[in-house]
Design a protein around this ligand. Structure first.
Ligand code: BG6
Length: 490
């Protein structure tokens, strides 16, 4: 089952995302015979380059372990068109080039336009495409992939949606969130809705709390200029982490189809209880990494990074607590945590179940019970872990916590596709399930916007320093009710 023949146009073809993510992913698809025989990529950006120079510019980024012949064959499918993307007058050139390639390669008028440019062009390119009639095709389809960030706040996201919808239909628009392309994120739907054992207990009666952590050991890595205008809330929470909340929280869709699934995600976002201004101080903890020593090496603080304001108040860490006001989740706290320069790179969802109503077993006079947890490891050690109690062998009834642990890496014959492979292939097949719908993006912004506003309007809301290489500010631990803390994966 391969997609129809088409031409994929990448705007921003000389940029980092194209080289590091898109080209390797498409090459993998090609080498794995997932692409149609007749297929071309047309790179477009301001840089003057020939087809040959474009091919050379991406050669080093092709998958190293794949068959060299297949990679060479793939390179032949790459073409390049220099283009002042912001300038409507230039689009005639693009149209002519597409016509020429269509004829030469015998490809029908199926076009995918991938916006991998600076975000300020996301509204401009669709208008320019429309100005030469490239938004609709008589002899094929036209699809538009929009990279993140989708807006910088609620207002700009709404504006961008309007701009896109002026020229393209919602069915043609593919808003990307690469987290939805991750195998383990999709697996949450399968784990929940293909098993009889999870769904009956997947609710407030059995679940005490839900914890989602996405830790990164890297810092801003040369992206200081971008990150300083963004921060963890915009960079990770509004999109990636809320998408995970949608997957954990959604009701069973009626069918496994794009709109049925996306309707359920939207309902979760619509049920997020807005944080009141007076709750923001206690329920949303911001942090920023400070200079420290990690493994005998002096590490810069965030404010010392290139492109970052030396007095920056941008958060590189964020932990928050909130509720989903609906029948399933009423009263269950959800905790999110993300940060740069933490001790390790790991993303996981922890479902913590309620304890037994009565503790039967005692150890040295103390009641013994086990905290049942289901840990969905999104990355890097993709898998799923269930923690429960069993009897310690020998006299008495001592309870011992044990693990049932599945690692994808144990399936030796399975290579997990990267997020971009999956998402690009889906778009080529016309499947929008793992792409964001405009209403859901706006609903996610609607939830985070009051928090961003409060930070901007109230400089007395603290941003805590934390040493690079630590798990963030102590205040994040205090978010969790009772004696408990976050799960600290190693
Ligand atoms: C990107 C953010 O969207 O996601 C980065 O801009 C972040 O700052 C990255 O590092 C995390 O993605 P992943 O797939 O490595 O978890």
């Amino acid at each position: 089952n391969t997609p129809e023949s088409h031409i994929l146009v990448i705007f921003g073809a000389s940029g980092d995302l194209t080289k590091r993510k898109l080209i390797p992913a498409i090459c993998k698809l090609h080498n794995g015979k997932r692409l149609p025989e007749k297929f071309a990529i047309l790179g477009a950006s301001r840089t003057e380059m020939t087809d040959e120079e474009f091919r050379e510019s991406v050669t080093d980024f092709l998958p190293k372990d794949d068959d060299q012949c297949k990679c060479d064959e793939f390179l032949e499918k790459l073409y390049y068109q220099p283009l002042g993307t912001a300038d409507a007058d230039e689009y005639g050139k693009l149209k002519d080039r597409l016509e020429e390639l269509k004829e030469k390669l015998d490809i029908p008028g199926n076009y995918i336009f991938y916006l991998s440019t600076p975000p300020k062009l996301y509204g401009v390119i669709p208008a320019n495409l429309a100005s030469v009639g490239l938004n609709q095709q008589e002899d094929g389809y036209t699809r538009l992939i929009v990279e993140k960030p989708f807006g910088n706040n609620l207002e700009t996201a709404q504006k961008l949606n309007k701009e896109l919808l002026n020229y393209f239909d919602e069915k043609q628009i593919y808003r990307i969130d690469h987290y939805l392309g991750k195998e383990t994120v999709q697996n949450m739907l399968v784990a929940r809705f293909s098993n009889g054992i999870f769904e009956p207990i997947w609710n407030r009666n059995f679940i005490e709390r839900v914890e989602i952590s996405s830790a990164e050991s890297l810092g801003v890595e040369g992206r200081g200029g971008y990150y300083d205008q963004s921060g963890a809330m915009r960079d990770m929470v509004q999109n990636h982490l809320l998408q995970l909340v949608g997957m954990v929280g959604m009701e069973p869709p009626v069918v496994a189809e794009a709109d049925a699934i996306r309707n359920e995600t939207l309902k979760v976002f619509q049920s997020l209880r807005p944080l009141e201004p007076e709750e923001i101080r206690s329920n949303v903890i911001r942090g920023q990494y400070m200079e420290s020593r990690i493994k005998n090496e002096q590490v810069k603080g965030y404010r010392g990074e290139k492109g970052v304001d030396p007095e920056s108040r941008t958060e590189t860490f964020l932990a928050m607590k909130f509720y989903i006001d609906n029948w399933r989740w009423a009263g269950v706290p959800f905790y999110l945590r993300t940060g740069k320069k933490l001790p390790t790179r790991v993303t996981e969802v922890v479902i913590k179940f309620r304890p037994t109503p009565h503790h039967l077993f005692q150890e040295d006079g103390v009641t013994a019970h086990v905290t049942n947890q289901l840990i969905i490891r999104i990355q890097p050690d993709e898998g799923i872990l269930l923690k429960f109690g069993l009897k310690e062998p020998g006299a008495g009834f001592r309870v011992q916590p044990v693990n049932m642990d599945f690692h994808y890496s144990d399936l030796s014959d399975v290579e997990l596709p990267t997020a971009y492979e999956r998402l690009l292939l889906d778009c080529m097949m016309g499947d929008q399930t793992l792409y964001l719908r405009g209403d859901a993006v706006e609903a996610a912004w609607r939830f985070v916007q009051p928090i961003l506003n409060a930070w901007e309007e109230n400089p007395s809301l603290p941003i805590y320093g934390y040493p690079a290489g630590s798990w963030g500010p102590q205040e994040a631990d205090d978010l969790i009710e009772g004696e408990d803390t976050w799960r600290y994966p190693c």
